[in-house]
Design a protein around this ligand. Structure first.
Ligand SMILES: Nc1ncnc2c1ncn2[C@@H]1O[C@H](COP(=O)(O)OP(=O)(O)OP(=O)(O)O)[C@@H](O)[C@H]1O
Length: 542
């Protein structure tokens, strides 16, 4: 596209722009749906004595009951991260794994746990009714909704095995959770705040934990959660690395978080399926320059183009229900409420989810969205990670996040499990610091990059907005031979503890487990942003 307007204008005014026809895009995407195009995903592996990957579930040595459940789930073939991570975990090794959003990481950590417990135990554990629960596996995740989702998945995979899977999370009444724990627990899924509370009330003991998982591990060890996770792992009688098996999973794994994480691991294997921290290639990404004051009008145009044949603004609920789901990310909780109200007034059935809503409302919003009853969900970052909602065809970044890793997780709510999806971002003046990372990410995913965005990226000073998306094994260049490396030497020269203490996260986060999360905002990590934005308003973590 040629540069047709005078050079004193800012880049976005020098290039012609047009609203894209979303309906058209989604139609084209529908054609490539369900191709499960995973075969050519590159996988980087490093560490000592690496178990070989396997290409079918039947070769993984999983126990029979689990294999039956895998068939029930209609999983025919392992995804790349499953092919690599499951044999590693089955061999009892610690693992730090990074794989694209929607690529099946939940099963990758659940299968070895379920199989491992069943194989060792042989038959159902006698629980009786006990006051203190002694889980054998602990899975921590950053949000209540994600913990519930992992719980559902783990229950599905444990069907008819006799395994007891329990979830505890904040915002919900604690007494029923006590009752569930009293019936016995093999696998405990939890958000950190509620778990600490349970341990301090002597209702859970971590002394028997053999398997420990941090899902969304980079978030769990990032500002906010790290002190709580450290307390759980190091001060609450959990067996130390080497006497438990630790598995860390995420789609993004910044180098400094890897360093921090390594002290929770013992002689671990690092896996990176796909370009680490990259977006799934199945997501078509679009970026449009939209000044803040025009965003609402632009959103309306976009939604109208997504739902064509509607001449007036009042779109019938029935029509929307038949169409694909749309997830709109905004920066603040107030912004989410305001946009929800405005969309509803404009005739689009919408519902908001954020950390100021009570848990009941959060769950109701998600349920209504998943069922298609409310096909537009307006969310803060509380819905950015891990949530697996089928039929999310379009993610709109009404407000772009401040770092690229958050963008990767947000757009990853579409384009999951081999399906395609569309992600549209409204880029405004204040997003210029993100332009470089955004262009790099989009280039890596073979996306069309607007000329004006490339110019913004070129003119930005080169400093990164994030903690670096991506994440090759930080342990040393000996692993970076490209492709699989089964013979690399472990070279860990960093002192992670020292590093962690040199790392200032800002005010410690105190998760509120009983009421709405108070953690919808935290100060920016000083190392994160090179532009002076004032306090960052991120959204509700549990
Ligand atoms: N082998 C498989 N075959 C078919 N579908 C699968 C397979 N493994 C996982 N899935 C499905 O893929 C979807 C995404 O899986 P999952 O939620 O575990 O992704 P994820 O990698 O954890 O994503 P995120 O990074 O967003 O947390 C789920 O609906 C899951 O049931």
């Amino acid at each position: 596209m040629s540069n047709t307007r005078p050079s004193y204008l800012p880049p976005h005014l020098r290039y012609p722009t047009s609203i894209h026809n979303v309906s058209d895009k989604l139609d084209k995407l529908a054609i490539v749906e369900d191709t499960l195009a995973y075969d050519d995903v590159p996988v980087e592996v490093s560490g000592d004595s690496i178990p070989k990957p396997v290409s079918s579930f039947s070769e993984m040595g999983l126990c029979k009951d689990l294999n039956d459940n895998i068939k029930r789930c209609k999983y025919v073939k392992p995804t790349p991260i499953q092919s690599y991570a499951i044999p590693v975990a089955m061999a009892g090794r610690d693992v730090m794994a990074c794989a694209q959003t929607g690529s099946g990481k939940t099963a990758a950590f659940c299968f070895p746990i379920i199989s491992g417990i069943l194989k060792k135990r042989g038959c159902e554990r006698e629980f009786g009714r006990q006051r203190v629960a002694f889980p054998l596996a602990l899975i921590l995740s950053p949000t209540r909704e994600l913990s519930c989702q992992i719980h559902e998945e783990a229950k599905k995979f444990s069907y008819l095995t006799g395994l007891k899977v329990v979830v505890v999370y904040g915002g919900a009444p604690i007494i029923p959770q006590f009752r569930n724990l009293e019936k016995g627990v093999d696998i405990l899924v939890a958000t950190p705040g509620r778990l600490v509370d349970m341990i301090e009330k002597s209702r859970v003991s971590l002394q028997a934990v053999k398997y420990f998982v941090l899902d969304e591990a980079d978030r769990m060890l990032d500002m906010g959660f790290e002190p709580q996770v450290r307390k759980i792992v190091q001060k609450m009688k959990m067996p130390p690395p080497g006497r438990r098996q630790t598995m860390l999973f995420s789609a993004t794994f910044p180098t400094e978080i890897q360093r921090l994480a390594s002290e929770f691991l013992s002689n671990y294997i690092f896996l990176a399926a796909g370009k680490v921290g990259s977006s799934a290639d199945l997501i078509v990404q679009r970026v449009e320059f939209v000044p803040d004051m025009d965003k609402k009008d632009h959103l309306m145009d976009l939604l109208h183009s997504q739902y064509p044949n509607q001449t007036d603004a009042k779109i019938s609920i029935t029509l929307l229900q038949q169409l694909a789901l749309t997830l709109i990310f905004v920066e603040t909780k107030k912004g989410a409420d305001a946009l929800e109200r405005w969309l509803v007034r404009s005739g689009f059935p919408s519902i908001a989810i954020h950390g100021d809503k009570v848990q009941f409302e959060r769950e109701r919003a998600l349920k209504s969205f998943k069922s298609g009853q409310t096909p537009v969900l307006v969310a803060t970052d509380v819905a950015a990670r891990g949530l697996d909602v089928p039929n999310v065809a379009h993610v709109i970044n009404f407000d772009l996040p401040r770092n690229i890793d958050d963008y990767v997780h947000r757009i990853g709510r579409t384009g999951r499990a081999g399906k395609s999806g569309l992600a549209t971002a409204f880029f405004s003046d204040k997003n210029v610091p993100l332009s470089k990372d955004l262009v790099e990410l989009m280039q890596g995913a073979n996306q069309e990059i607007p000329d004006w965005l490339s110019e913004y990226a070129e003119s930005s000073d080169g400093a990164r907005t994030s903690r670096m998306f991506g994440g090759s094994d930080y342990r040393g260049s000996s692993f970076h031979s490209g492709g699989n490396n089964y013979s690399g030497q472990f070279v860990d020269t960093e002192d992670a503890t020292h590093y962690a203490s040199a790392f200032t996260y800002g005010a410690p986060f105190t998760a509120d487990c009983y009421g709405p999360s108070q953690m919808d905002s935290f100060p920016a990590a000083p190392h994160s942003y090179s532009f002076d934005y004032g306090p960052v308003t991120a959204s509700g973590w549990d």
